[in-house]
Design a protein around this ligand. Structure first.
Ligand SMILES: C[S@@+](CC[C@H](N)C(=O)[O-])C[C@H]1O[C@@H](n2cnc3c(N)ncnc32)[C@H](O)[C@@H]1O
Length: 227
């Protein structure tokens, strides 16, 4: 069973400086978050209730709200300090839930469930249980979008991803101290490959699943519940 407390505590302690590094630590930042937001168009209808899992300071939620202004966002995260930062930016325009991703999912029906760079903190059983919970709580035709850091399909490609990420982060101006701190955080990550995650999404009941974007270890996985 996943021990989720270390990852949550780490982010809680680093909430204040979190956003200033993200663009440099996530080299394909605009394409990565942009693809996640535009994937919501697959629903083919206006979305009313959207749940953001591991929402942190609201980086993804703010982009979703700009693209889907009619939607009500619910930001779920285990770290209260991250949610406090999110509230500063989004204010009363959203709901905030302090909860652990290993617990049963906040009841829907949700028109969409989104997540960025959070579900990889669960072990593989935890991810599979969460995917089943998301499927159960989505409205018919609802969309799940997971912008994630993923493992390579084999050790060879995993090593390629890690070397690429280090190179790109340095090029983007990540300092040695920032890189060391990010490596410490990543020791708590439980990356899974795109192939495994698409399989688990199908097993959870989603008939339509795909990887809409991938650049080395950064991928956007999308699943739609039957309408
Ligand atoms: C890398 S941050 C991503 C935040 C935001 N989604 C973004 O794209 O910037 C990961 C977030 O997941 C949260 N998190 C990690 N494990 C969690 C868990 N088991 N339950 C709830 N939140 C968790 C952390 O507190 C943190 O805010």
């Amino acid at each position: 069973m996943t021990d989720t407390s270390s990852a949550i505590a780490t982010f809680n302690d680093q909430a204040a400086g979190y956003e200033s590094q993200r663009r440099r630590l996530v080299p394909p930042f605009d394409e990565f978050y942009g693809t996640a937001v535009s994937a919501l168009d697959l629903a083919g209808r206006p979305l009313r209730e959207i749940l953001d899992l591991g929402a942190g300071t609201g980086l993804l939620s703010r982009r979703v709200k700009a693209a889907q202004p009619q939607a009500r966002l619910t930001l779920l995260d285990g770290a209260p300090a991250m949610l406090a930062e999110a509230r500063r930016a989004l204010g009363g325009d959203a709901q905030y839930l302090q909860a652990d991703l290993i617990d049963p999912l906040a009841p829907g029906p949700w028109d969409a469930v989104v997540s960025a760079l959070a579900i990889h903190h669960l072990d593989d059983d935890g991810k599979r249980r969460l995917f089943a919970g998301i499927h159960a709580e989505l409205a018919p035709g609802g969309i799940f979008v997971n912008a994630e850091q993923v493992a390579g399909p084999s050790a060879l490609f995993h090593d390629v991803y890690v070397a690429w990420h280090a190179r790109e982060a340095e090029r983007a101006g990540v300092t040695p101290d920032e890189w060391t701190a990010s490596q410490e955080r990543m020791r708590l990550d439980r990356w899974a490959s795109v192939e495994h995650q698409l399989t688990w999404l199908r097993e959870a009941g989603f008939p339509d699943v795909d990887c809409l974007y991938k650049h080395h270890c950064f991928a956007v996985l999308v699943a739609r519940r039957a309408g």
